[in-house]
Design a protein around this ligand. Structure first.
Ligand code: GLN
Length: 193
């Protein structure tokens, strides 16, 4: 099994490092053919407008979308979950748009652009996850087929799963806690034959 990390912009190196700490083979994905060599893909945090434009420029967007629609596992963190969302409130930027969620970009206000909060995540045990938010989006709505895995104390949805798509508004790759990556690895394992 090999997991790819989309390496167009953003903090892809930290995701590769987290996967390798788990003993998982990981590789950077930049070209359409790189997708053929991986069993799942992490879309990192960064700037969703930039990553979206590069996805189109590198001819990755349509291929990736078709793969996801056939059940290819993906995990989007922060900008990554913005790119996966079907609805970002009408903003004009290229998306993959496969996940039935409505996301609001940069929704935590300036004074709390970045913060850390403990979030209990379904499937990760009782110990809360140290969730790091950096100019993070809020997941405003999740469709009927979307499982909410975690919320902030005020009810804001911050982690979701829909089939083989996983999303978080926060950045597990910036902590030493590998449980969220482990969750994705298990998802990929369960899908690959
Ligand atoms: N603010 C960024 C965006 O809207 C996301 C920030 C991040 O990925 N840490 O694309």
């Amino acid at each position: 099994m090999r997991i790819g990390v989309l390496a167009l912009q953003g903090d892809f190196r930290e995701h590769v490092a987290a996967l390798r700490r788990l003993g998982v083979e990981a590789s950077e994905v930049r070209l359409p053919e790189d997708l053929d060599a991986v069993d799942g893909l992490i879309i990192p945090g960064g700037e969703s407008t930039t990553i979206g434009k590069l996805l189109v420029a590198f001819n990755l967007r349509d291929k990736l979308r078709a793969m996801i629609e056939r059940g290819f596992p993906v995990y989007g963190t922060c900008a990554g979950v913005i790119l996966l969302a079907k609805d970002i409130g009408g903003l004009d930027q290229p998306l993959i748009g496969t996940m039935d969620v409505r996301v609001e970009r940069n929704a935590f206000g300036r004074q709390v652009d970045s913060f850390e909060a403990p979030v209990r995540i379904e499937g990760l045990g009782d110990q809360p996850f140290p969730a790091v938010f950096i100019r993070a989006p809020r997941i405003r709505d999740a469709g009927a087929g979307v499982a909410v895995l975690g919320r902030l104390d005020d009810g804001t949805i911050v982690a979701v799963r829909q089939g083989a798509m996983l999303g978080s508004a926060f950045h597990p790759e910036l902590t030493d806690d590998l449980r969220f990556h482990q969750l994705f690895v298990r998802l990929v394992e369960s899908r690959s034959t």
